[in-house]
Design a protein. Sequence first.
Length: 389
Amino acid sequence: MSAAGTEALGAEFVTRYGREAAVVCAAPGRVNLIGEYTDLNEGFVLPIAIPQVTHTLAAPRPDRVLRVASLDRRDDPAISIDLDRPEAPVAGWAAYPAAVARALDDAGHRVAGADVLVSSEVPTGAGLSSSAALECAVALALCALSGVELAPMAIAEIAQRAENRYVGVPCGIMDQAASMCAIADHALLLDTRTLAIRQLPFDVHGAGLGLLVVDTRVKHALGDSAYGDRRTACARAAAALGVGALRDVEVGEVAAALEEIAAKAGEEVMRRARHVLSEQARVLQTAELLDAGQIAEIGQVLIAGHASLRDDFEVSCAELDLVVKAAVASGALGARMTGAGFGGSAIVLAAATRLSEIAQEIAARFSAAGYGAPLCFSASASAGARRER
Ligand code: GLA
């Protein structure tokens, strides 16, 4: 956000709450380069943070009340959450900050009451992890006000738990980890079993390339329940093999494992597992290429990842498929849907000089297909969450 933007936000805080904010925090959204649904199987993921962040401004209160307001809902009154009545239902977006405060409490970090103002640049409902950005930005602010010092990954775990337990979304840890732990010009290789991370060089601009994020602006209704269904299918596949998670299948055992899954749990569960196991290999292959500085070469891996999500995991949709098809046809190095799918966004990797032409081609194909205009922006691997003041 520009200095002027931050200043306007500060002024809005004063108007709302009658005093200055004591802390300002920011947490970004993310796109995943590769490793989709592997975090539900204790596998590897490889996301980057995008430049768009959610800001939280906050000041302490002497009581145990958390008041939250959003600049995106300027006319709404602030919502009050009683931190001593954590089981009281909180509706709408405020359920996220309430869940974070409660999960911090669960983890033994009793936070003080606070007045919080939120403002987000991360598009919502676009598969870019606006929820994780909100959770992480709120968690950082509450910790800062209460003098709670936690490592970035510890905050990510608390934010994920907040979403799992108290918002009721059975997500993995990728989004929160990306928001908390990403660094600029790097992709975050995260082992979701051990939570070990490695920062891999991903300076797209330095390599003469560009990364386009294409928000299809569609969200298919079945997405929410289907996420849980995919989680269940993965658990059934692991159970058929008698392993804790699909992560446990060794590379040399994949073919036999898939046969066993098909025999015991059926063809559909086998295809879900086939995606996870092949995706796991694609993450490691991509990591190797990035380690070797071969960014352009990951393009083909991204394309293969999309096909697997479309055909085996069945979480793509016509709009996402069209982005990938149009991008590849107009010379992109690679493209794939990113995030949970069923709408949301895709990423396109291409030579920097080709980016705007590819974006135009995608828009033209959307228009010809009768779809609404997609929202395209170019992104680079950006910094993770931080306290700004
Ligand atoms: C959502 C979840 C993540 C991950 C992806 C799919 O973004 O929040 O944990 O499972 O879907 O890769």
